[in-house]
Ligand binder design. Structure first.
Ligand SMILES: C[S@@+](CC[C@H](N)C(=O)[O-])C[C@H]1O[C@@H](n2cnc3c(N)ncnc32)[C@H](O)[C@@H]1O
Length: 211
């Protein structure tokens, strides 16, 4: 386990590597390989490889997905990696609950523009306007999300046509809801278009709205 000082130094390096001018996503991935498990998890739940990111970005361009709202993005570091590795062709925005935590001194900095949901009534407006520079997202992304009720609420108000789910293969025994392989989406509305196997038995699934 890292002591507080080395955690701070590591974070400082991560902030440097994700900074606009000096940003270097390949170095960040290499640093991620050496991180203490606890800090790794604090930053994000799954660390992709450069090959994972490459396939992912190819699918985004193939389907013309250029504005993504990541729900429950945490620090947003995964999303930062996605955009940086894809040459910043995609705009990524995040939505989180618990503003107090994310703005506290104990939390890590957010790596993408982050909005907060303060209450259910705000969901609709957030999703359709202010989250994405006043434009609606083309895709909603859920990575290791685990809140079925909220997930269904988000789907109800989402008007775009892509849903990207990232999570563990069911065999790993880690529970997420939705799970990318068995998301139990509202019937007859969504169809699986793409499925990627990412490192460490993780799945990325692209669902397209058909109704
Ligand atoms: C397991 S964490 C995953 C964080 C990040 N996506 C990752 O992969 O590292 C789940 C996140 O979902 C957020 N969350 C839970 N309910 C939410 C809701 N109704 N709206 C937005 N975010 C929510 C939590 O605050 C938490 O940060």
């Amino acid at each position: 386990m890292l002591d507080e000082r080395s955690e701070l130094e590591t974070l400082r390096e991560i902030y440097y590597l994700t900074d606009g001018a000096s940003g270097n996503w390949r170095k960040l991935l290499a640093l991620g390989d050496c991180l203490d498990q606890q800090l790794k998890r604090k930053l994000l739940w799954m660390w992709p490889t450069s090959v994972d990111l490459d396939y992912f970005n190819q699918l985004l361009s193939m389907h013309n997905i250029h504005r993504i709202l990541s729900i429950g993005c945490g620090s947003g570091l995964l999303e930062w990696l996605m955009t940086a590795s894809g040459g910043r062709r995609v705009s990524m925005f995040g939505l989180e609950v618990d503003r107090k935590w994310w703005q506290s001194k104990y939390s890590v900095r957010s790596f993408i523009p982050l909005n907060y949901v303060e209450g259910a009534s705000q969901l609709h407006t957030e999703l359709l306007t202010s989250c994405c520079n006043d434009a609606p997202p083309c895709a909603l992304l859920f990575c290791y999300f685990n809140n079925r009720g909220a997930f269904l609420e988000y789907l109800k108000v989402f008007r775009g046509k892509w849903l990207i789910l990232i999570g563990p293969q069911p065999a790993r025994g880690i529970h997420t809801d939705p799970n990318p392989v068995q998301p139990q989406l509202p019937e007859d509305q969504w169809t699986l278009r793409e499925r990627l196997n990412w490192t460490d038995q993780n799945i990325v699934a692209f669902y397209e709205k058909i109704a």
